[in-house]
Design a protein around this ligand. Structure first.
Ligand code: 4NP
Length: 154
């Protein structure tokens, strides 16, 4: 089993969107028994909350389920459980690195998956309000990530 964890700040906008999108692509490719996805945040304000209204609205528009998803904090235990830990922006990387064992954790940034994009971080729609932009990046990046996992691990 390959385990993927997306990390953002609040775990209500970007990383749950990525979790839902990747899970739907995994199902489309029939890989549910091979790849599992989760998401977590570095900040504790929204623990237990469902995804942000903007994330829910765009996932509804696209017919992608976010059932049973609630925010949680990233922790050191995640380093043992997940082979791919994908951070949405550089501050997430800094904060994950501060966790015990975090200096050695293998981390990716989401925008590494999209090297042709000028943006080097996934913009935070909690502040920009632009959930469509984030969805487009996440949709494209999750295709690249799935191809990469299939090549490296399956
Ligand atoms: P996210 O966005 O990291 O994409 O979930 C945010 C959500 C909440 C907050 C910041 C960013 N907040 O400050 O509460």
């Amino acid at each position: 089993m390959v385990n993927v964890l997306f990390v953002c700040l609040g775990n209500i906008c970007r990383s749950p969107m990525a979790e839902a999108v990747l899970r739907s692509k995994i199902a489309q490719r029939g890989l549910q028994e091979s790849i599992k996805v989760d998401s977590a945040g570095t900040g504790d304000w929204h623990i237990g909350h469902v995804p942000h209204e903007g994330t829910r609205r765009i996932l509804d528009q696209k017919g992608i389920s976010y059932a049973d998803m609630t925010a949680r904090l990233v922790s050191s235990n995640d380093f043992d459980s997940f082979q791919y830990i994908v951070c949405m922006d550089d501050s997430n990387v800094v904060n994950v690195r501060k966790l015990p064992g975090g200096e050695k954790a293998e981390l990716l940034t989401f925008m590494e998956l999209l090297p042709d994009e000028e943006l080097r971080e996934v913009p935070d729609p909690y502040f920009t309000g632009n959930f469509e932009q984030v969805f487009a990046l996440i949709d494209a990046g999750c295709d690249v990530l799935l191809d990469r996992i299939a090549e490296e691990r399956l």
